[in-house]
Write a protein that binds this ligand. Structure first.
Ligand SMILES: [Zn+2]
Ligand SMILES: [Zn+2]
Length: 229
């Protein structure tokens, strides 16, 4: 038997914890890239300039820069360079030609907005998430489906992506059946929570699981971590 791939091993590790394993992989990759950029940007002017050309990161990843203990200097150097770049662009700007500001502000002219480079961390994260998802689908039936169900399945955004790429009938069936069961459990727990909050049943105890089902549903519908897009 051939050696398990790096992506497969990563998935197995991520499936040990609750929540969407693809979100966990994405989070790890994003943090690794941000950590490396924090280091490079302090020591390497070229890396700082490259970052400035894309105007840095999206809102979520910019905020995450501040979550690395002891890295405030690196974050400050990056943001210092970015704000200087914004200042340079501001001074070099001229009144915009063409459509009126009313039209632009109403979103009828989105060309300018679309021209901005995407966040480099989002781009890399999306590539690795897609690669991990492919690996998960390849090993789903009879292998990773059990641990995936135990972890609570994929989040809705990653499940949608999986459903779009799962052309194989058994894989599609496994995805539907697994998530149908997991979600039914959450739906039942939330229904019980709602029922027990009625004064007629207020003497019945609400379990921790019933109380936490709303958090798990939010994670399921939106992903385990805040996402940039
Ligand atoms: Zn996810
Ligand atoms: Zn981003």
């Amino acid at each position: 038997m051939s050696q398990p791939s790096y992506y497969y091993q990563e998935l197995q590790e991520m499936l040990q914890q609750p929540g969407c394993p693809i979100c966990h992989v994405g989070r790890k990759v994003a943090r690794g890239q941000l950590d490396a950029l924090l280091y490079d940007s302090v020591t390497d002017k070229e890396s700082r300039e490259k970052l400035a050309s894309s105007m840095g990161f999206c809102s979520a990843h910019s905020r995450e820069l501040l979550s690395f203990p002891g890295e405030r200097l690196g974050a400050t150097i990056i943001e210092w360079a970015l704000l200087r770049e914004a200042q340079r662009r501001l001074k070099a700007s001229a009144p915009s030609a063409g459509s009126s500001w009313r039209k632009r502000l109403l979103g009828q002219d989105s060309a300018a907005a679309a021209a901005a480079d995407p966040c480099p961390v989002c781009t890399h994260q999306a590539e690795i998430e897609a690669r991990s998802l492919r690996e998960l689908l390849e090993h789903l039936v009879g292998d990773l489906e059990r641990p995936l169900a135990a972890a609570g399945g994929l989040c809705w955004p990653h499940l949608e992506l999986a459903m779009r790429s799962a052309s194989d009938a058994p894989v599609h069936r496994a995805l539907v059946s697994l998530h149908d069961q997991v979600w039914q459990g959450l739906i039942d727990q939330m229904a019980e929570f709602i029922r027990k909050r009625d004064y007629r049943f207020s003497q019945e105890t609400i379990s921790d699981e019933e109380s936490a089902a709303v958090e798990r549903s939010i994670e399921t519908l939106t992903g385990t971590y805040p996402r940039a897009s």
